[in-house]
Design a protein around this ligand. Structure first.
Ligand SMILES: *Cc1c(COP(=O)(O)O)cnc(C)c1O
Length: 391
C-alpha cells in the first residue's frame, strides 16, 4: 500500500508487509535464524548503539518474520505497537511483571491461568493482588493509587459476563492507574478496547488470531512507551515467539475478519436454536436480547463472538451425556478454531475450583461451553438436537 488514505482492517492486514526481501514475494519468508552477520565492527556498533536499524538477535525481538507479524497485530487493535510471544500466558506474565509491580486489581472473573499466576506466583513475590467481584466494582477507585494496574476480561469465561470498559478505563485513569484487558474471547474484530480507553490489550493468539487450533502464541498491543518495559521482560524471560509460529500467525490473521464474522453468525444461530429448545434452561450469549448485559454488548462490541454457554436441564449428568454424544462438536478445551468444541466448565476450565467458587461465579453442573466453529450451521444445530434427544 503506497497511498496513505485510511483503510479498513481487512485491507490493512492483507497488505501488511515489510519490503526488505529481494525476490518480490508479497510475504516475508521464515527467517529461521538466531543471529545476523555484519560487514565490520563499525556496522555492528551502529546497530547496537541505535544509529542503524538492523537486526541483532532473535530472542531480543529482532527478526523480520516476527516484526512483520507484530506490525499486523498492532493494526488489528489500532495500536502504536505490538509484541508477539510464545503463548498467551507469556504475554500476560511479561505485562504483569512490567506494569503490575505497584499492585494489581483484578475485576470480575479471570482465565484460570491468569488467576493462578496472580495467586501462586505474583503474590508470593510481594506484588499486592486484589480480586474485585462484579458487585464490588463501584468501590474500584478506593483500591487504586498511582502506578497500579487494573486487569480484566470481557466477555468472561464461561458466563460471558461483560464489563463496561470505558467506565473502568475512566476510573483507572482518575487514580493514575492503567487498564489492561485480555481481549481473547471477543477478538479485535468484535471489540477494540484501546478505542474504549484501555491502555494494554492482551491476546492468547492460540485462539481466534490463529484460528485453526495449531499455533500456541500470545500478543500484547499498546503504545510504544508501555511496550518497552514488557519487551525487556520478554527478552529476560526468553518468551519470544518462534519464527515458524510467527509466519503461520501472520498467515492466519489475514483471514481473521472473515472468520470472526462467520463465527458470530453461526454462534447467534446456535444460541437462538438452543434458546427455543425444551431441554435447555438457559443460554448465555451477548447477542441475545435475553442476555443480562445485552445493552452494554451493543454499545461496546461490533459483534458478539463465537462463544456461548448453554445450561442443560437435569444438571451435571445430563450435560455430560450431551457432551459425550455430540458428533460434530469435539469434546475439547480451548476455543476460537475452525472446528466447534464443547466443554463442561465443572469438568475442565473450573474443575480445580471448590463448588462454593462455582456458585460464586454462577457456574452450574448443567453448563456446557460451546466454541462455535465454521462448519455449516445447520449441521451444528442438528448435532445438538440429536444429543439433546437422548435425554
Ligand atoms: C487460552 C487463554 C489464555 C492463555 O493463552 P495460552 O496461549 O494458552 O497461553 C489467556 N486468556 C484467555 C481468555 C484464554 O482463553
Amino acid at each position: 500500500m503506497t497511498d496513505s488514505s485510511p483503510k479498513g482492517v481487512s485491507t490493512r492486514i492483507i497488505h501488511n508487509r515489510r519490503d526488505h526481501h529481494d525476490c518480490n514475494s508479497p510475504y516475508t519468508p521464515i527467517y529461521n535464524t538466531t543471529t545476523y552477520r555484519f560487514a565490520n565492527t563499525r556496522e555492528l556498533l551502529d546497530t547496537i548503539e541505535g544509529r542503524h536499524s538492523g537486526y541483532l538477535y532473535t530472542r531480543w525481538g529482532g527478526n523480520p518474520t516476527i516484526r512483520e507479524l507484530e506490525q499486523g497485530l498492532a493494526q488489528l487493535e489500532q495500536a502504536e505497537g505490538a509484541l508477539a510471544f510464545a503463548a498467551g500466558m507469556a504475554a500476560i506474565s511479561a505485562t504483569l511483571f512490567a506494569h503490575g509491580r505497584k499492585g494489581i486489581v483484578c475485576v470480575g472473573d479471570l482465565y484460570g491461568g491468569a488467576q493462578q499466576l496472580m495467586t501462586q506466583h505474583l503474590s508470593p513475590l510481594g506484588i499486592a493482588v486484589r480480586f474485585l467481584r462484579y458487585e464490588e466494582i463501584p468501590q474500584l477507585g478506593s483500591h487504586l493509587s498511582e502506578g497500579m494496574l487494573v486487569y480484566c476480561e470481557s466477555p468472561a469465561n464461561p458466563t460471558l459476563r461483560l464489563l463496561d470498559l470505558a467506565a473502568l478505563a475512566a476510573t483507572a485513569h482518575q487514580h493514575g492507574a492503567l487498564l489492561a484487558i485480555d481481549n481473547t474471547f471477543a477478538s479485535p474484530i468484535n471489540q477494540q478496547p484501546l478505542a474504549l480507553g484501555a491502555d494494554l490489550v492482551l491476546h492468547s493468539a492460540s485462539k481466534y488470531l490463529s484460528g485453526h487450533s495449531d499455533i500456541t502464541a500470545g500478543a500484547v498491543m499498546a503504545s510504544a512507551a508501555l511496550l518497552k518495559p514488557i519487551a525487556s521482560w520478554r527478552t529476560s524471560l526468553g518468551q519470544i515467539i518462534s519464527p515458524e509460529a510467527a509466519s503461520l500467525l501472520s498467515r492466519s490473521i489475514r483471514t481473521l475478519s472473515l472468520r470472526v464474522r462467520q463465527h458470530n453468525a453461526n454462534a447467534l444461530a446456535v444460541a437462538k436454536a438452543m434458546e427455543a429448545h425444551p431441554r435447555i434452561s438457559r443460554v448465555l450469549y451477548p447477542g441475545l436480547t435475553s442476555f443480562p448485559d445485552h445493552t452494554l454488548a451493543c454499545q461496546q462490541m461490533k459483534g458478539f463472538g463465537g462463544m456461548l454457554t448453554i445450561e442443560v436441564k437435569g444438571g451435571r449428568e445430563a450435560a455430560e451425556k450431551v457432551a459425550d454424544h455430540l458428533q460434530v462438536f469435539l469434546l475439547a478445551t480451548s476455543l476460537g478454531g475452525v472446528e466447534s468444541l464443547v466443554s463442561q466448565p465443572v469438568a475442565t476450565s473450573h474443575h480445580s475450583l471448590p463448588p462454593e467458587e462455582w456458585a460464586r461465579q454462577g457456574i452450574t453442573g448443567g453448563m456446557l461451553r460451546l466454541s462455535v466453529g465454521l462448519e455449516d450451521v445447520d449441521d451444528l444445530i442438528a448435532d445438538l438436537h440429536q444429543a439433546l434427544a437422548l435425554l
